[in-house]
Ligand binder design. Structure first.
Ligand SMILES: Nc1ncnc2c1ncn2[C@@H]1O[C@H](COP(=O)(O)OP(=O)(O)O)[C@@H](O)[C@H]1O
Ligand code: SF4
Ligand SMILES: [Mg+2]
Length: 325
C-alpha cells in the first residue's frame, strides 16, 4: 500500500486559561485528530468557526506545538527530529494564510521577503537566490521585476500569489492553506483557486485545505474531514461525505448550504431545555446539545468511531444514506 506524505495521529492541543475570577478553564482546540494525506491529493477540513481548524493548521506547520499526538511527514515524526534538522523537516510543510495583507511584511520588498527563507535554509548565493525567486514568481503568475515592489503596491489577489510563492520557495511537499480565498474579492477567488490547482498538478503537491465554502471543497477535494469542537465528526472520500453524509453534524453543515438544502434534510426534533443543558456540559458527544437525534446515551458516553466502507463516523448511530427528516 502507498505511504501517506502526511500522517496525523491523535493530534491534541489543549489551551489552559485562567479567567478574571482565577477559574481554570481548558479548551481542547483539537482533540484526537487522525488523518492521512497522500501525494498529489487534497484533504479539506470543514467545520464552523471555533471548531479547531486553524489550531490544527498551526500545529501542522510548527507554529504551535501539539499537547500530544504525532505528525509524520514521509514517515518522519516531526517531534523526534533533532533540533538542527527541525528547520529542514518543516520545509516540507508550509502554510498559506487567510489574509495575505497581514501575512506579508509591509516594509520589505517582495524580493527580500521571498529570499529570506532561502538565506536561512539554503546555501544558494545571491545570484542563485534571485534566479530561484524569479522562477517561483513566474510559477504563480507574477514577473521578476515585481521583486522591487512593496506589498501595498499589489492587489489582494496578487498578494496571495506572493504568499503562495513564499510557501513554494523551499520546494515543499505539503501546503496547508487556511481559508486562502475568504479574504479575497469574489472575482479573484476563482483565479487563486485555479492557480492552486495548477500548481498541485505541476508540482505534485498535497494540500490540507481549510474552507467554509462547501462548493469549493466538493470541487477540489479527494478527502474531507469534518470537525466540531476540536473533534473529528466524520472523515472520508469526498463523494462519501457529500453524497451520503452519515453524521448528523455533517448533514447540518450541508443543509445550511443553499446548493445542498434540497437534497440533505435534517430532523427538526427539539429536546427539552433540561436535556440541552445536560448535553452542553456532558463529556459524551460534543454535538449532543444541538443534535436532533440525541438520546440519553449521547450525553453519557463519547461515541466510538464507526468505519463504514472506509468512511469514519463518530456517532453512536450513524445515519442511513437515505435518512430524511
Ligand atoms: N492561542 C489560543 N489561546 C486560547 N484559546 C485558543 C487559542 N487559539 C485558539 N483557541 C481556541 O481554540 C478553539 C479553536 O479555535 P480555532 O482553531 O481558531 O478555530 P477555527 O479556525 O475552526 O475557527 C476556539 O475555542 C478558540 O477560542
Ligand atoms: S452520538 Fe448522539 S448526539 Fe452525537 S451525533 Fe450521534 S446521535 Fe447525535
Ligand atoms: Mg480559523
Amino acid at each position: 500500500m502507498r505511504a501517506p506524505v502526511l500522517a496525523v495521529e491523535e493530534l491534541t492541543k489543549i489551551y489552559r486559561l485562567t479567567d478574571w475570577r482565577a477559574a481554570k478553564k481548558e479548551i481542547r482546540a483539537t482533540d484526537g485528530i487522525t488523518f492521512q494525506l497522500y501525494r498529489g491529493q487534497t484533504l479539506s477540513i470543514v467545520g464552523e468557526s471555533g471548531s479547531g481548524k486553524s489550531s490544527l493548521a498551526k500545529q501542522l506547520v510548527g507554529i504551535e506545538p501539539p499537547t500530544s499526538g504525532r505528525i509524520l511527514i514521509n514517515n518522519q515524526d516531526l517531534a523526534k527530529v533533532a533540533r538542527k534538522e527541525r528547520r529542514k523537516a518543516f520545509q516540507k510543510i508550509r502554510m498559506v494564510f487567510q489574509n495575505p495583507h497581514s501575512s506579508l511584511n509591509p516594509h520589505a520588498r517582495i524580493g527580500a521577503t521571498l529570499e529570506e527563507p532561502l538565506k536561512i535554509n539554503s546555501k544558494l548565493d545571491s545570484k542563485q537566490r534571485r534566479e530561484l525567486v524569479a522562477e517561483v514568481l513566474k510559477k504563480v503568475g507574477l514577473r521578476a521585476e515585481h521583486t522591487q515592489r512593496f506589498p501595498h503596491m499589489f492587489s489582494g489577489g496578487q498578494q496571495q500569489r506572493i504568499a503562495i510563492a513564499r510557501a513554494l520557495i523551499l520546494d515543499p511537499e505539503v501546503i496547508v492553506a487556511d481559508e486562502p480565498l475568504s479574504a479575497l474579492d469574489v472575482s479573484v477567488q476563482a483565479q487563486i483557486l485555479n492557480l492552486l490547482m495548477r500548481l498541485q498538478e505541476e508540482l505534485e503537491l498535497s494540500y490540507v485545505f481549510i474552507s467554509h465554502d462547501l462548493g469549493v471543497v466538493e470541487h477540489i477535494s479527494d478527502q474531507v474531514l469534518v470537525m466540531y469542537r476540536g473533534q473529528m465528526m466524520e472523515y472520508g472520500e469526498v463523494d462519501q461525505i457529500f453524497d451520503a453524509p452519515k453524521h448528523p453534524y455533517t448533514r447540518k453543515l450541508l443543509s445550511s448550504t443553499p446548493s445542498y438544502r434540497n437534497t440533505v434534510k435534517i430532523l427538526k426534533k427539539t429536546h427539552t431545555r433540561e436535556f440541552k443543558d445536560k448535553a452542553a456540559v456532558s463529556s459524551g458527544c460534543p454535538f449532543a446539545a444541538r443534535c436532533p437525534y440525541a438520546k440519553q446515551q449521547c450525553i453519557e458516553s463519547r461515541p466510538e468511531v464507526h468505519n463504514i466502507d472506509g468512511q469514519l463516523v463518530s456517532c453512536h448511530w450513524p445515519l442511513e444514506s437515505n435518512a430524511e427528516g
